[in-house]
Design a binder for this molecule. Structure first.
Ligand code: SAM
Length: 286
């Protein structure tokens, strides 16, 4: 096996196999052993663990996990990397399997509660990191843990709360089910090729979910209230999707029952307010 800390060895491996790295697929290998070890240590691996890795690349972290986990599913789009992984990893570790293609589509063939792994992790391709994480949670596909390397600014968006400029629909979606922690920021030099942006390792731990409200309503409301950030709640609601499901007066009543004024903006409401409004909405009758 090659030394994954060595740019020279990575370049040689690619050259021998007639492969090139593609900017289009957000390919930046994690060449810092310390960062890789930290990521892996967060997975809480046991010989019972079912793990999904998104974007394994040439397997810098995958070999270690394959040795220690019960199963490892690898979601990769690059045909050249898939060939290498098949030759070097899958042929030696029967507990591994590659799912070829675009993760945004391929993971959906596992959309069944019994297929939810213990942990989903990866040094994510930055151009779709937010959509990947959002997709799992929107579909109620909730592993106990998710551990990712993502762009630093995206990590800040995931953790942001009310009245912060980074607070967004994605913050609400992620915080609905997960306690999110930015474990550390990693320097650009930990990657090859060196990316333009800084990165953070984040850990997302599944929380006990709040009940008494409809999840679908929460997501619709969050999307509506961030559809146009500067618009009032009232205006966003009128043109939003929640109003296609409920009569607008019923929605307005839920806000008044929750003591939240319609002249405010969605970014000023705490996640608890969103839940409270949805609870009132399921009770409200007009
Ligand atoms: N895990 C490796 C590492 O840390 O060295 C590579 C990480 S690299 C940032 C992102 C990986 O995601 C690449 O292997 C890339 O080919 C893969 N990838 C990019 N877009 C993808 C997609 N839509 N679906 C699946 N994999 C994708």
């Amino acid at each position: 096996m090659i030394n994954f800390n060595s740019v020279r060895e990575i370049q040689d491996l690619l050259e021998i196999n007639n492969l090139a790295m593609s900017k289009r697929f957000g390919q930046n290998f994690l060449i810092s052993e310390q960062a890789r070890e930290q990521l892996i240590s967060l997975l809480d691996l046991t010989d019972d663990s079912k793990i999904w890795e998104i974007g394994p690349g040439i397997g810098a972290m995958s070999f270690d996990i394959a040795r220690r986990a019960k199963s490892l599913y690898l979601f990769e789009i690059d045909k050249g990397f898939i060939r290498l992984l098949n030759e070097n990893l899958v042929s030696n570790y029967p507990n591994t399997q590659i799912i070829e293609g675009d993760i945004l589509k391929t993971w959906k063939s596992f959309l069944n509660p019994i297929d939810i792994p213990d942990v989903i992790f990866g040094n994510l391709p930055y151009y779709i990191s937010g959509s990947i994480i959002e997709g799992f949670i929107e579909h109620n596909f909730l592993p106990k843990k998710m551990v990712f390397t993502i762009q630093k600014e995206l990590a800040q968006r995931l953790c942001a709360t009310a009245n912060n400029k980074n607070f967004s629909y994605l913050s609400l979606v992620c915080q609905l089910d997960y306690k999110i922690e930015i474990i550390k920021t990693i320097s650009k030099n930990c990657f090859y090729p060196i990316p333009e942006v800084e990165s953070s390792i984040i850990e997302m731990r599944l929380k006990t979910s709040e009940d008494g409200f409809c999840r679908e309503d929460f997501l619709l409301l969050a999307k509506d209230l961030f559809a146009a950030r500067r618009k009032t709640i009232q205006n966003n609601l009128k043109s939003g999707n929640l109003a296609k499901k409920y009569d607008i007066d019923r929605i307005f009543k839920a806000f008044s029952d929750a003591n939240i004024e319609l002249s405010r903006r969605g970014e000023t409401l705490e996640i608890g307010d969103y839940m409270e409004i949805c609870k009132k909405l399921s009770q409200a009758s007009c």
